[in-house]
Design a protein around this ligand. Sequence first.
Ligand code: PLP
Length: 369
Amino acid sequence: MIYLDHNATSVLRPAVREAMHAVEALPLNASSVHAGGRKAKQLLEAARRAFAEHFSVFAHEIIFTASATEANNMLLRALAPSHRLLVAASEHPCIKNTALQLGGVVMAVDEQGRLKLEDLEAKLAALSGTPALVSVMLVNNETGMVQNLAEISRITRAYGAKLHSDAVQAFGKMRIDAGVLGVDFLTFSAHKIGGPVGFGALVMRSDQGIVPLVTGGGQERGYRAGTENIAAIIGAAELLSCMDIDKENAQARRLRTELIALLRAHVPHMPIYAEQAETIGNTLMIGMPGVGSETQLIHCDMHAVAVSAGSACSSGKITPSHVLLAMGVPPEQAQQAIRISLGWNNTQADIEQFARVWSELALRKASAA
Ligand code: PLP
């Protein structure tokens, strides 16, 4: 199978699998006082330091969780009682739905998916000093669009609001310095880039108002109870040693550019979403005029090519992407969009095969018209 759905989840990199395999038979509970526990604690803290260095934060600012969904929930649910939640309309459902459930407010994005800064500013001004948490993802999981966090941070700071960024689709695909981005909170996980599922983290550069979502023992400085998943944490930290971010992303961008050229040769009017915005190298969201995304997915699946329509959470029931709708794409056109997301093990041959399979459907459709 040709797998082009890494933004849903990827496959473990060999180095990650080896690192996890090396510890999975050990009794690793970082809270135990015996030698096994001390070993676990040492591995856990080494991983925390590696992530701290990666994001330019302090080690104690990183709280490990079991997923980014959990980390996002932890943050929003902790701050909702004391802060107004302002989230972008294009956020992942684990932010958007959670914020809406908690009485949060949705901010508009433009036709490229960029947060409308004037809407952010108007909504912050209307709060007249009420504490607020603004949550804007760094890279969109459907279109790959990169938000201008530094500018968003400048505005949130001017109004004294806190800023969070869901960096799940940015981690490993671009360099992330929490200070340069100007965020107070950051979340990430590892399974989109060849790390394990079952790992996530909340980076909190300010712990004011943060309370645990999961209570129990005093793990993670009391912020997240439950025995730490040392094998997953080690696997995720191994990514930092085995990835070459610049090289891998230059390669993904090259493949993306070639893929666009191959597809447009057959479908010149193929829409590319967020085409005018800055996008990450691995993600491409396109449409096939007149053909529903479900038909495209089934056709690709029948030819052993895996792609997706929007986010994985909604791939069981294909409804138009909320991201595209927020960008003002008409529902009928949004129903024709699919997402191609490249990963660490994709090759030139993979994109050529996808281009052949997808174009064949487009040509069949054109000749039937
Ligand atoms: N945020 C974004 C932008 C995502 O793409 C995803 C996964 O699709 C998540 C959050 C959820 O991450 P996790 O699977 O680690 O819970």
